[in-house]
Design a protein around this ligand. Structure first.
Ligand SMILES: Cc1cc2nc3c(=O)[nH]c(=O)nc-3n(C[C@H](O)[C@H](O)[C@H](O)COP(=O)(O)OP(=O)(O)OC[C@H]3O[C@@H](n4cnc5c(N)ncnc54)[C@H](O)[C@@H]3O)c2cc1C
Length: 575
């Protein structure tokens, strides 16, 4: 058994920032990060457009209150406002902090950090490093991990959270290199395992975004919060789904339909292309449904719309959004200086997740907390995004709540001993589970089941939803779940068996998918990203509350939790 004071799952922005905070609070602590990828390959590295903070470098009239209001309005009033206040108040400080660590933000001519416009933000407040912001931040954080003595287990897959009598005691993990199973014991366990974009068939997320942390939490009997809120990013490159950052619209690009119209004038006249993502994604989907999408040969009636950068000019495109230009050029052969890019909505972000309080401690219910268990970043739901996240607020959340959770953990473990833990049954079960997967005869390939599952989620729980559609989806999911018991693996090796990892990831995805569908069916209103054609209005009387979904193989049990409303009363959401 391995012992650490703290073990953190996930080496993205949230996990790395927390680890640094703990290690710096006391150099004698043993802090470890475990990640199934190398930390540098966490999805955070792909973040493009930037990170919001009211530095006031471009717009002196900006305030944290304005940032908080934009965030709460963007969330369709479901965000917890005490958590939003912390997020927006601490934002300038965490940016300066990153800068002092060595992050190279883009500059204004006078040397101060530059800030650009972003969807749903009323001021130019998004700090960025061209369109490679995640890359710039994550590289510095990971460099700093080494400097601060954080132990990194990279390319280990965490299979299970060890939770006994309401206390997190450690993890079961599997070394991908050689199939070794280890039990880790710790005074505090933290999950920073990112999102689940791979639950859908078109996504901006990386292959590792399979919701493992959410599934492990659910299997341990703990709730997941607000899982019905799945963000579609309006501009996924057609047909691959890869992200074209909102920064492109922040820098002035237009959305155009087959008739050459800037159709956002119909949907959000005051914000146009910089409306929040839920509204823009629905607008694009409606245009495509109405026959005003475009085909690859330019005819009307096709599956995408255009994102037009041409009027921005080569110099601006190449200096502000060079990576997006390169992606379109490399992946679909479009030169955005002279041609519009084909785009349509793509699955992007998980607003819901593991419920936590504002110190990152995981909730066991609306009132209770789990001893020794913390979470932050996209995997967590402290609920700063409510029903719809604003662009550039996620990197911010990772860093603000990564740092806060790190601080809380450093406090929590003071004067605590390592928990008592008998590792033998956990090791034995994990070995049996892996061997069973290798041995089972099975009749389905993993890719076949995964594709059927991703199509099911996309078709039955997409941009527009109805009860009928989602019930059909849930039925289909039961069949897929049974088939998934019956997969076979070609690769029987112990070393570097990625097929075995894919089998485990598929199990995570199926659990997450079931929780999303069950949560979405019970929310009988339209709010933020959750758009029900059978309940088109927001219903503050009956539905202004968080969903807490408890998973079991037999059913998903839904309960609720109140929303914290401390700053702004709900009002109609118009742009
Ligand atoms: C293409 C793209 C662009 C984006 N651009 C922006 C932007 O400009 N601004 C913004 O605010 N947000 C942006 N986002 C969102 C933002 O990047 C993410 O929400 C955020 O980076 C998530 O960070 P994280 O630390 O929570 O998780 P991640 O960075 O996803 O890291 C998850 C970690 O968990 C590990 N892990 C997961 N499961 C296991 C397991 N079973 N065992 C071991 N390890 C595991 C992974 O290996 C990884 O290290 C973007 C997202 C995408 C996909």
């Amino acid at each position: 058994m391995l012992d650490h004071d703290v073990i953190i799952v996930g080496g993205g922005l949230a996990g790395s920032r927390a680890a640094l905070e703990i290690a710096q609070s006391n150099p004698n602590l043993s802090v470890a990060i475990v990640a199934k990828t190398h930390p540098i390959r966490s999805h955070s590295v792909a973040a493009q457009g930037g990170m919001a903070a009211t530095l006031k470098n471009v717009d002196e009239t900006d305030t944290w209150e304005a940032h908080a209001f934009d965030t709460v309005k963007g969330s369709d009033y479901l965000a917890d406002q005490d958590a939003v206040e912390i997020l927006t108040r601490e934002a300038p400080d965490v940016v300066i902090d990153l800068e002092h660590m060595g992050v190279l933000f883009s500059r204004l001519p006078d040397g101060r950090i530059a800030q650009r416009a972003f969807g749903g933000h009323s001021h130019n407040r998004t700090c960025y490093a061209a369109d490679k912001t995640g890359h710039a931040i994550l590289h510095e954080l990971v460099n700093n991990l080494k400097r601060n003595g954080v132990k990194v287990y990279d390319e280990w897959y965490v299979m299970r959270l060890i939770l006994e009598e309401g206390q997190a005691k450690g993890l079961v993990m599997y070394r991908i290199l050689d199939g070794q199973i280890e039990i880790v014991r710790a005074k505090a366990v933290m999950f920073a395992t990112g999102g689940y974009g791979r639950a859908f068939n078109t996504t901006s997320n990386d292959y590792a975004s399979t919701g493992d942390g959410l599934a492990m939490t659910a299997i341990a009997g703990l709730p997941l919060e607000d899982m019905e809120f799945v963000q579609f990013h309006p501009t996924g490159l057609y047909p691959v789904g890869v992200l074209i950052s909102e920064a492109v619209r922040g820098e002035g690009a237009y959305l155009i339909n087959s008739e050459g119209d800037r159709f956002m004038a119909t949907y959000a006249p005051s914000r146009m292309e910089l409306a929040p993502r839920d509204i823009t994604s629905r607008a694009i989907t409606r245009e495509i449904r109405a026959g005003r999408g475009i085909h690859l040969d330019g005819r009307a009636g096709g599956p995408f719309v255009y994102l037009d950068l041409r009027h921005m000019g080569k110099e601006k495109i190449m200096s502000r959004v060079p990576f997006c230009w390169e992606e379109a050029h490399r992946l679909v052969g479009v030169d955005a200086v002279t041609q519009p890019m084909p785009v349509r909505p793509t699955i992007h972000y998980s607003m819901g997740g593991i419920p936590t309080n504002t110190d990152g401690q995981v909730r066991s219910s609306a009132e209770g907390l789990v001893e020794g268990f913390f979470a932050a970043g996209e995997a967590a739901c402290v609920s700063v995004h409510g029903a719809n996240r604003l662009g550039s607020n996620s990197l911010l959340e990772c860093v603000v709540y990564g740092r806060r959770t790190g601080r809380a953990i450093a406090q929590y473990i003071q004067n605590r001993k390592l928990p008592d833990l008998d590792e033998a049954p956990y090791r034995q079960q994990a070995q049996q589970q892996m061997q069973a997967l290798l041995d089972q005869p099975g009749q389905y390939r993993i890719a076949q089941i995964r594709q059927a599952f991703q199509d099911c989620m996309t078709d039955y729980c997409g941009v527009f939803r109805t009860e009928d559609l989602m019930r059909q989806g849930l039925d289909q999911l039961q069949t897929i779940r049974q088939q998934a018991q019956n997969i076979y693996l070609d690769d029987k090796a112990k070393n570097w068996n990625t097929e075995l990892i894919e089998a485990l990831e598929l199990q995570s995805l199926l659990i997450v998918g079931e929780v999303i569908l069950s949560s979405a069916i019970q929310r009988k209103e339209s709010r933020g990203a959750h758009c029900r054609e059978d309940y088109p209005d927001r219903d503050d009387t009956n539905c202004l509350q968080h969903t807490l979904a408890y998973y079991s193989p037999a059913e998903v049990d839904i309960r609720h939790m109140p929303v914290s409303i401390t700053l702004f009363q709900p009002q109609e959401r118009k742009y």
